[in-house]
Design a protein around this ligand. Structure first.
Ligand code: FES
Length: 101
C-alpha cells in the first residue's frame, strides 16, 4: 500500500540555456501554491504529497505535473487550473480531461 493516497510531481526544471522549460512558465510558484492549498484541506485529503521534480521530459508541453498512482499528466496555465486539479482529481477522484495531456 502506498504511503500517500496521491503523489503530485510538478516539473520545476529551469534550463540554463534559455530553452523552453516548465519554470519559464511559473512552475515553482504553482508548486508552492499547490502545496499550500493542499495543506489546508481536511485530514483525509492531506494524504497527498506535492513535490518539485526535475525535468520530466515533456518540456514543450509544459508547465506540467503528474499525479500518481494514476499516472495522469496535466498541463496547467494558472492557479485556477491548479485549483481545479486539486478540487476535482485530488478531492473527488475525477480526472480533469480538459487539462490532461
Ligand atoms: S522542463 Fe518540464 S518537462 Fe522538461
Amino acid at each position: 500500500m502506498s504511503h500517500y493516497e496521491h503523489h503530485v510531481f510538478f516539473c520545476c526544471h529551469q534550463k540554463a540555456d534559455g530553452r523552453n522549460c516548465c519554470n519559464k512558465h511559473g512552475a515553482s510558484g504553482a508548486q508552492a501554491y499547490a502545496k499550500e492549498r493542499v495543506a489546508g484541506l481536511p485530514l483525509k485529503e492531506r494524504q497527498v504529497r506535492v513535490n518539485k521534480a526535475g525535468c520530466l521530459g515533456r518540456c514543450d508541453e509544459g508547465p506540467l505535473l503528474v499525479i500518481y498512482p494514476e499516472a495522469v499528466w496535466y498541463r496547467y496555465a494558472d492557479t485556477n487550473d491548479v485549483d481545479e486539479i486539486i478540487r476535482e482529481h485530488l478531492g473527488h477522484g475525477r480526472v480533469v480531461e480538459r487539462l490532461r495531456i
